[in-house]
Design a protein around this ligand. Structure first.
Ligand code: GRF
Length: 270
């Protein structure tokens, strides 16, 4: 049965576009049944509308809560950031968000650059069928500005992770990662572009696994083909994902057991 997907985003939607491209090429048996943004001008909404997909904006600014006070947590956060201290505004925003999602009857909800803090209650409502893509090799560099922080720390490798969203910021079980080298002349923009190339191949692969019924997300232990994944999930080099076969999304890892995709020794990576 075709997997029904809802994508939540706040920005340009390049990950959405990559998912749609893989679905269009029939390499994932899935349908994006709705795209929801908290920002009216998000590029991802235009991508969805152009593709004939239901696109909704739930503008978080319409749910401002003055009662929250200066100590309240009103900052925007990266997707997967569920801080305590949410006020009634956040609750009503999430009620509308949840109602909108539920009307679309998704099998899975994908966060793709959704820049709003989600409450633990909201996360629990969809857990474990709520995934996020984060631009770092988790558990390194949770939160924002991951590329600049990787450069500042002198990391030699960097990448992106697809993980299950849990109430703690970017701390849910990791399903898969893509590793890219950090080059000597990188700045945050060039590094981000390399990481995004990986993201656009990694998220479709994970969705394909889920759509094929190969991914068990329950109980905090991720299983692919009934085999427990390591803490970093399955790790791929960017080049591993660049071949047409791997880029199909449904085939990466299929010929090998999860164990054979255990994290590599990256010491030789420049
Ligand atoms: C991605 O880099 C993703 O890792 C992060 O937000 C960004 C979204 O980019 N969570 P886009 O809107 O898909 O281009």
């Amino acid at each position: 049965m075709t997997c029904r997907v809802v994508v939540l985003l706040s920005g340009r939607g390049s990950n959405l576009q990559a998912l749609l491209a893989h679905i269009d090429r029939h390499v994932i048996d899935a349908e994006v049944v709705g795209v929801i943004s908290n920002r009216p001008h998000a590029g991802g909404l235009a991508i969805a509308r152009e593709a004939g997909i239901t696109a909704a904006c739930i503008d978080h600014r319409r749910y401002s809560n003055r009662a929250e006070g200066p100590s309240g947590n009103r900052a925007e956060g990266p997707s997967g950031n569920q801080a305590e201290g949410q006020g009634a505004d956040r609750t009503s925003f999430e009620q509308v968000l949840g109602t909108t999602i539920d009307a679309l009857a998704p099998d899975i909800v994908l966060l793709a650059g959704f820049m709003r803090i989600l409450t633990p209650a909201f996360v629990r409502r969809y857990s474990p069928r709520l995934l996020n893509i984060h631009p770092s090799l988790l558990p390194d560099h949770r939160g924002l500005d991951t590329h600049a922080r990787a450069l500042a720390r002198g990391d030699r490798i960097h990448g992106a992770s697809v993980h299950v969203v849990t109430p703690e910021l970017d701390a849910g079980p990791v399903i898969a990662q893509v590793v890219v080298p950090v080059l000597a002349d990188d700045d945050p923009e060039s590094l981000a572009a390399r990481v995004q190339k990986g993201e656009h191949l990694l998220y479709p692969i994970v969705l394909a696994w889920y759509a094929e019924g190969r991914l068990d997300l329950g109980d905090g232990q991720i299983r692919l083909d009934a085999q427990a994944l390591p803490e970093t999930g399955l790790r791929f080099e960017l080049d591993d994902l660049s071949t047409p076969m791997q880029a199909t999304g449904g085939h990466a890892g299929r010929d090998q057991s999860p164990q054979s995709h255990s994290p590599r020794d990256h010491s030789e990576v420049p």
